[in-house]
Design a binder for this molecule. Sequence first.
Ligand SMILES: Cc1ncc(COP(=O)(O)O)c(C=O)c1O
Length: 396
Amino acid sequence: MIRDRFRALRAAFPSFEIFYSMKANPSMAIVGLLQELGAGAEIASGGELFLARELGYDPLDIVFAGPGKTDRELEDAIINGVFAVNVESLRELERMSRISKLLGVPARAALRINTTVGLGKVGGGSAGPLHEQMAGGPSKFGIDEEKLQGLADAWDKRRIEIVGLHVYTASQILHEDEIVANAERTAAMALRVEELMGVPVQSIDFGGGLGVPHYEEEKPLDLSSLGPRVEEVFKPFREREGFRLILELGRFLVSECGVYMSRVLELKESRGERYVITDGGVNQFIRPVLMKVKHQAAVINRLDSEGVATAKATGPLCTPIDITCDALSVPGDIAIDDLIGVFNAGAYGYSMSPEIFLSHPTPSEVLVMGGKMHLIRERGRHEDLLLNQKRFPGLG
Ligand SMILES: Cc1ncc(COP(=O)(O)O)c(C=O)c1O
């Protein structure tokens, strides 16, 4: 599925380079697979930079975004020569200049802009909104559009090359017209940045935010219609020599291929409510609760059995919020040791979850490719819990 998604994107957006947003699923096998297919890496931390470099990524195929970067992270990015640090404030640009001076290494930046206009709608289904807007209002992300002039005045041209701009408006967008309108705003913004900064823009990182359907009434994006419309918007830039157009995507590439699996430990009925209690919960898959997204789930080893009741699928954690699916269809023959699979779990599943809560071993990860299973992350051990900890006896 990942390969198909990547190839479909390539075909629909031939002028764009596809960068994979590692935060969605940073497993080395997944990032490595996308790297082999030709994806760049969009990173958001020093840790992700480390992983990308371990995989042998060319620094020119790495962009670094994030509203709070430490000096150490900026240093690493500059020393490694990433294509662009997406600066998100005037102070960050100043910090970059200072660090670049100290290191004696020039740096490249792109301006991440918080546009004045955001999206009209993002996603959403009957069970609640999927709003993940990051621009268009007050935001910790990016530089407010109206503050660009001040930034132009403070820019140290000797140290920092401004290579372009970055606009990431929202995640999980399922409305084609909104994406096209967003592209139009971004293209107009690029011309404005050129005028204000007095240099030609060499790259536009248009973010992306392409969503995946979670609810029946949501339709998948039609790339064959979306791609050409977005390509058309950026046509004037495409024609410039050496110009880089970037799409950075996480969930669109990896969400739908992932299934979060846990094993049934207990079946309960309490005052009219049914519970299927498994060995994995929000410690490994918090997304449904945190982002208020309803994920479909099923008893994976009984897909042919008919559902006779509805239950809450929960983990073993000591909190009532530990629910991975609140309407699991339960077959009549469900039994202890069955497997519950939660779908659409390939993005922001494990990577977003508070795995240390209750000190359960971390889950294994299995990549299924061509009908074969490959263990790509070993299950954790209890001993791992001691890692990096120090006992401090004598305080009692
Ligand atoms: C700056 C930036 N780029 C890319 C992404 C990836 O978004 P998605 O997984 O929706 O494609 C995010 C998600 O938070 C982001 O903040």
